[in-house]
Design a protein around this ligand. Structure first.
Ligand code: CDP
Ligand code: MG
Length: 697
């Protein structure tokens, strides 16, 4: 595809539109637009609530919940499932007696933004009657919170302390169709709890038509008499505005160019209304945000195109929550400024960004993929599914009729898979199995998953957990190691490396490395020139430690000096603040389990402080060890999987490639790359992971 905007032709269904993005015929200054954009402010919150499609179903929904153990709610996005159902329950007495409704979300940002919306609707401060709880952050009051939004992972964690979920009369599992790993596990767990607690009501909400699957999973009726069903489905007929879907007439060779051109065309040719663009990941999104801004600036300088201003915002999970929620803020008068949000699929469901009229769908998504044979989890970019594409289109048409531009042909759409593959079938299951074990579920192979986890992944996970020392020879959780690992709010590889670092006398340093690896987007530039002074020859982990230590010595001098320091070294200040926060939380867990926080840098008895640190990292990440091959690639030691060193690794600048390395994770672009790499001595593998690597003489 050339960069000439007028070359991209679209069609919508039967009618071919040869001129790109037909003008809507709307007068951009008409009073209509004003009405549309301010309608929310003109209606009182109560009026808005009553106007939602779900309101008509309030009584019926409450009735079904009285008469069934499980209710599956199906309805278009925006019909009011997430924000309204918990309020209906609260208003009708389900939270009396200091009880709380739990509502789970697959994503942190959804849990937080929705809790804040509901608090506003109820005219309450967030964290009082309405609260949220997500990993590393919560706003709840044990005494006052009656409606609690949380990630599905957090509810699983809560079950370790309260296996029967006794404070919740109702658990609502929202966005269940997304089939996140934690959602699938939670579905199995709450079904088990329901077996013990007949009074526990479960609401499953889903935007698409997986309702029958959910209903069958929860229905305990073994007779043919339908009147004895214990689960019911309720469909909310929505009154969303129509979304006109356009396709490319010819496939594009470069979806990024086409995305940019389409956004600029919409901006120049279409009436006011915000734009939501779906791309795959952080780097792509950051580039697109500046390209859009540059193009608009350039055409305005030449006095061409639309004179309206733009407010271009990125949205991906690596951004701090504060930055993510900026997309919900009003940009100003919608006739004068157009908001353009460039997002990953985190904007695909759960959240409502007011004012979106146009959606540009690249047709791609970055997902986790897992190869159980090599044991490697990686991120890959793949075409979306039809149901994802429909979700994306559904982000338009919230306040008025919308348009969706799919950057692929209609024929390509029909060839997309109907649903995305559930995460459980493409994930490393070690973390979740550790949690199931901690919940007393011993026979993992027989756990009632809504769709089965691949046996090979389950077996691999058990093997890794055994290697980590979390399970004993009988497959039971070890005491105390396994139990502590299950409770740490990070993957077992991290908790193991932290536990081991106490023994090796370097937990202070290892905690900092763990925190750095748990925050995305630390560097504003991947070329390490500006950070040369922190780079050490052992590799990325220790370079990260140096950066962390340098940062904290700056920031403890008073907040003012850390900002410019970060800027000078091309480090994202906000990300570093988050690292500090995450580290504090991890340290608090260490105190809880009496893991001493000790430093190897101040211990004169330790000659080479990098050794205990690297050994600790191996104790958690021993599966990720690789050996240099004659062709310059690497091969994982046990599973013989070919990998390459990612160009962002500090080890890439070495004259000679190191022979033995340990990497943190894998990313797949043109090749399979290892990221965050450290040089190791292979002997340490036998020492730190004797169950996994058997020494052969
Ligand atoms: O869960 P579902 O997609 O069915 O809808 P919801 O999230 O409960 O949102 C219902 C309505 O509340 C939306 O259509 C918006 O009009 C409004 N809403 C909003 O204005 N701002 C939010 N942050 C969330 C919802
Ligand atoms: Mg929702």
């Amino acid at each position: 595809m050339t960069s000439n905007t007028n070359n991209s032709n679209y069609s919508n269904g039967n009618t071919n539109i040869s001129s790109l993005l037909d003008r809507d015929g709307g007068d951009t200054n008409s009073g209509n637009v004003d009405f549309i954009f301010n309608s929310n402010q003109r209606l009182s919150i109560t009026q808005q609530r009553i106007a939602l499609p779900i309101y008509q179903y309030r009584k019926h929904l409450l009735y079904l919940l009285e008469t069934n153990q499980t209710v599956v709610v199906v309805g278009n996005t925006g019909c009011g499932k997430t924000t309204q159902i918990p309020q209906y329950l609260h208003e009708s007495g389900w939270t009396d007696g200091y009880r709380t409704i739990a509502i789970t979300q697959p994503r942190r940002v959804a849990a937080i933004s929705v809790a804040s919306r509901v608090a506003t609707e109820m005219n309450e401060e967030l964290g009082h009657t309405v609260g949220y709880s997500v990993r590393f952050d919560e706003k709840v009051s044990a005494e006052h919170t009656r409606i609690k939004y949380m990630t599905d992972g957090m509810l699983i964690r809560e079950m370790m302390l309260d296996p029967l979920l006794s404070k919740y009369p109702v658990v609502m599992i929202d966005e269940a169709h997304e089939r996140s790993l934690a959602t699938d596990v939670l579905l199995g767990l709450v079904k088990k709890v329901q077996g013990r607690r007949k009074d526990l009501k479960i609401i499953i909400s889903s935007a698409t038509m997986d309702a029958e699957l959910f209903k069958q999973f929860f229905n305990n009726n073994i007779t043919n008499d339908k009147s004895k069903d214990t689960a019911a489905i309720i469909s909310i007929e929505g009154t969303n505005y129509p979304v006109d879907v356009h396709y490319l007439e010819q496939p594009t060779l470069n979806y990024l160019d086409t995305t940019l051109n389409t956004v600029i065309d919409i901006h120049n040719l279409q009436p006011p209304g915000d734009i939501l663009v779906f791309l795959t990941g952080q780097e792509e999104i950051d580039k697109m945000v500046s390209s859009i801004q540059d193009r608009v600036d350039a055409q305005q300088q030449q006095q061409k195109g639309n004179k309206m201003k733009v407010n271009v915002l990125p949205m991906y999970s690596g951004l701090s929550i504060n930055k993510q929620i900026r997309v919900f803020e009003k940009s100003g008068d919608p006739r004068k400024i157009r908001k353009i949000v460039v997002a990953t699929n985190i904007a695909e469901t759960s959240i409502t960004i007011d004012g979106i009229v146009y959606v540009v769908d690249s047709g791609f998504v970055k997902i986790k993929s897992y190869n159980p044979t090599s044991g490697l989890e990686s991120l890959v970019v793949v075409p979306t599914s039809q149901s994802s594409a429909d979700q994306r289109a559904g982000r338009a048409g919230r306040n008025r009729a919308g348009k969706c531009y799919r950057l692929y042909t209609q024929d390509a759409f029909t060839k997309l898979p109907v649903h995305s593959i559930p995460e459980i079938q493409r994930s490393n299951l070690a973390p979740i199995i550790l949690q199931l074990k901690a919940l007393g579920i011993d026979n993992i192979l027989h756990f009632d998953f809504i769709s089965p986890a691949p046996t090979i992944s389950l077996v691999r996970a058990l093997e890794v957990l055994y290697g980590l020392g979390a399970l004993n020879d009988n497959g039971q959780l070890t005491q105390p190691t396994g139990h502590i690992m299950a409770e740490f709010p990070v993957d077992p590889s991290f908790s193991k490396m932290i536990i081991q670092s106490e023994v090796l006398g370097c937990s202070k340093e290892v905690l900092s490395i763990a925190a750095m690896l748990n925050v995305q987007g630390i560097f504003t530039n991947h070329n390490h020139k500006a950070r040369r002074e922190f780079i050490v020859k052992e590799g990325d982990h220790l370079s990260l430690l140096n950066i962390y230590n340098a940062y904290t010595s700056k920031s403890s001098n008073g907040k003012t000096s850390a900002g410019p320091w970060c800027h000078e070294h091309q480090i994202n200040h906000k990300a570093m603040q988050r690292v500090v926060q995450v580290r504090k939380q991890l340290e608090a867990y260490c105190h809880k389990y009496s893991i001493k926080v000790v430093s190897c840098l101040t211990n004169a008895a330790i000659k080479d402080a990098t050794i205990p640190i690297r050994k600790s990292i191996i104790s958690g990440f021993f599966t990720n060890a690789a050996h240099l091959q004659p062709d310059g690639s690497y091969m994982t030691i046990r599973d013989k999987h070919k990998l390459f060193m990612h160009p962002t690794s500090v080890l890439c600048s070495l004259a000679n490639s190191p022979e033995w390395v340990l990497f943190h994770d894998v990313t797949i672009t043109t090749k399979e790359y290892m990221k965050d790499i450290t040089i190791i001595d292979p002997k340490w593998l036998y020492e730190m992971a004797p169950h996994f690597y058997v020494y052969e003489k």
